[in-house]
Design a protein around this ligand. Sequence first.
Ligand code: SF4
Ligand code: MG
Length: 324
Amino acid sequence: NKNILTVKDLKKHYPVKSNFLNKDKKVVKAVDGINLAIKKGETLGLVGESGCGKSTFGRTILRLIESTSGSVLYNGNNILSYNNKEVRSLRSEMQIIFQDAGASLNPRMTLGEIIRTPLEIFRLAKGTEVEERVIELLNLVGLNESYIHRFPHELSGGQKQRVGIARALAVNPKFLVCDEPVSALDVSVQSQILNLMKKLKETLNLTYLFISHDLSVVNHICDRVAVMYLGKIVEIAHRDKLFNNPSHPYTKALLSAIPIPDPTINRERIVLEGDVPNPTDPPKGCRFYNRCQYRMEKCASIYPSIDKIDDNHFVACHLYHKNG
Ligand code: SF4
Ligand code: MG
């Protein structure tokens, strides 16, 4: 399968406001040299604790925030060098679905008006086609045409997320960043929305970057999973490999925290010591150094490169470096 998106050495460093007493210009390295490729038609999960940089990554690859350096190839073109006009046209290719769908819907607009807006901005329909297309989009996300005249406050959380998805799909995008799209919903509603997203991906040939802190959600929907810690990818693998053979010590700890349905399997919960380091001053070598039970001397000073340990399985950890 061809790559729809290839990210090379992407960085996003934010300056931290310094006062006159504090002369050092500190930066938060929210995204600190990420390389990955997303294949056409797949769902790539991006997991990690809050603050690890996953949302910043998702917004940077869409040009919703400007990067510090690196490149993002979308179908072979480096979109980081696009001018404003080109970025605008990119919006009909790449869209985002937010966690808090409710907050992203204008409370004064009916659902019909909300979904119609992108159709008008991108001149995708005119006259009677507009209403037909709005109804088609509502039906696509499982809402009937009576919803056209309703307002956001009349909807449940799951229905709001359906409208958020319909609005994103209005422009016929090919690639979607889904940033914690079900995290605010009840578990029963979560699986309905995840199943809807799966179905839409198949029928509309979409590709997803699916950002989540919840590994059970990721297990439900993703083909491959990337694990992020303090601005870096520490492990990336096919979903089954990641869940059956987690290899980076951080991934092992994350997985040990999710309940297993089979009570005969006795898996010990790994409780991480220490806190996530201050992102303005991350450890020099492996970012996970201060919390890792396997740390070695070289881990403090040498950042481990990400290496292949198996087909479709890459890990950034010195434990897997054969030649030191
Ligand atoms: Fe632990 Fe060292 Fe591997 Fe980092 S590189 S995860 S500190 S063993
Ligand atoms: Mg986030």
